[in-house]
Design a protein around this ligand. Structure first.
Ligand SMILES: Cc1ncc(COP(=O)(O)O)c(C=O)c1O
Length: 369
């Protein structure tokens, strides 16, 4: 089913004048569409207008950019943070900062395209290790021992909801003196006791080996990328990144929504934990029904199928029952197809029960019970 939104994104959406339960997208904490973010955005629009109309390094820095960056740094427990117009660019900005310190990049085979696109031109050796495969990563670390290596991976993988084994990757990075880039686009606000992402999930928040690229566009319900870290790194990126220096600063409503999201995280500290508990229960229930899924503690809930016909068949069946959950192609295994469902803190238990009932009804109708 082709989806053209006619509403804001919440636990439900409107498509073609019809309300659908929305189990897609990346609105994990339910902040996109939350009235508190909307109200903050509206106030900022009224005060500052639609656009700051200049790059940060010229006249595009507003007081609210500085406030947001201060708040993000505090949220992450880092010296400084910087925001910019796209989470996609964060990996490039970090790797450009590191480029004179590294000669080899070792990539997870399923690393997001923003990591691949962001690899600096001067890096001659880029190798891929099998997806989440620690033995294969160690093989490459041994091969390049003595060289200056960066391991690059997603924290949570966007399609499957798997978590990168950062604890083991960290052990190896220490052993072979490598650095680690984590694209935590899907983990910010979601993983870790306080939502700091995948390193926090593994109790590694303070490790100096990690460089994290993050976004406000998913769980935080706003838009735009951010990097938090040492003053040395943030100052250097601000001074050298052409993307930062020569692109228009984040617009007022987006900045204000980002600040409001951090307020919400501070006032609802267990929101991510509750979300993950519900996702874990849901994944158990669908596995018991007989679906093939992955039991990772994240709100991305994949269902795997051997044929595209089955995956699109289920997605269409759900749409006929007013549920949106798209079929997508799983890029690693050619023969595997999936329906990617996501859970949001905004979903009601009734909606979740209805999704489970409808999945069960599909199984019955397709002779799988
Ligand atoms: C893993 C990952 N990294 C980076 C991005 C880019 O973030 P943004 O949409 O904020 O540009 C995305 C997604 O959209 C993503 O899934």
């Amino acid at each position: 089913m082709e989806i053209t939104l006619e509403s804001k994104v919440g636990q439900s959406i409107v498509v073609d004048h019809t309300v659908y339960h929305y189990f897609a997208g990346n609105n994990y904490l339910g902040f996109a569409g939350d009235h508190r973010l909307i109200n903050s955005g509206v106030e900022a629009l009224l005060k500052y207008g639609t656009n700051f109309s200049a790059a940060r390094q010229t006249t595009g820095t507003a007081d609210i950019h500085l406030e947001l960056e201060k708040r993000l740094a505090a949220f992450k427990g880092k010296e400084q943070a910087m925001v910019f117009a796209s989470g996609y660019m964060g990996n490039k900005m970090i790797m450009d900062f590191l480029k004179d310190r590294i000669t080899v990049i070792l990539l997870d085979a399923m690393a997001h395209s923003s990591i691949v696109d962001g690899i600096p031109r001067n890096i001659e050796t880029v190798e891929r290790y099998a997806h989440r495969n620690i033995a294969d990563l160690e093989r490459l670390l041994v091969k390049h021992k003595g060289e200056r290596m960066l391991i690059a991976t997603d924290g949570i993988f966007a399609l499957t909801g798997e978590i990168a084994p950062l604890d083991e990757i960290h052990q190896l990075a220490k052993k072979y003196e490598a650095l680690i880039l984590v694209d935590d686009a899907h983990a910010t606000g979601v993983l870790g006791e306080t939502g700091k992402g995948t390193p926090e999930h593994f109790g590694l928040t303070d490790s100096p080996l990690f460089f994290q690229s993050e976004t406000m566009s998913k769980a935080l319900g706003s838009y735009g990328g951010f990097v938090a870290g040492s003053s040395e790194m943030i100052d250097a990126i601000r001074q050298t990144s052409a993307f930062y220096g020569a692109s228009t600063s984040l617009p007022p409503a987006t900045v204000a929504a980002g600040i409001a999201a951090l307020d919400l995280i501070a006032t609802t500290p267990h929101i991510n934990k509750t979300l993950i508990e519900r996702a874990v229960c849901f994944k158990k229930a669908i596995a018991e029904m007989g679906f093939e899924t992955i039991q990772s503690p994240t709100p991305i809930m994949p269902l795997f199928f051997d044929s595209e016909r089955e995956a699109t068949g289920l997605s269409d069946f759900l749409a006929r029952h007013k549920i949106i959950a798209p079929a997508v192609k799983y890029p690693v295994k050619l023969e595997q197809f999936m329906v990617r469902m996501t859970l949001s803190a905004a979903h009601t238990q009734d909606q979740i029960n209805y999704l489970l009932e409808t999945l069960n009804a599909w199984r019955k109708e397709n002779g799988r019970n």
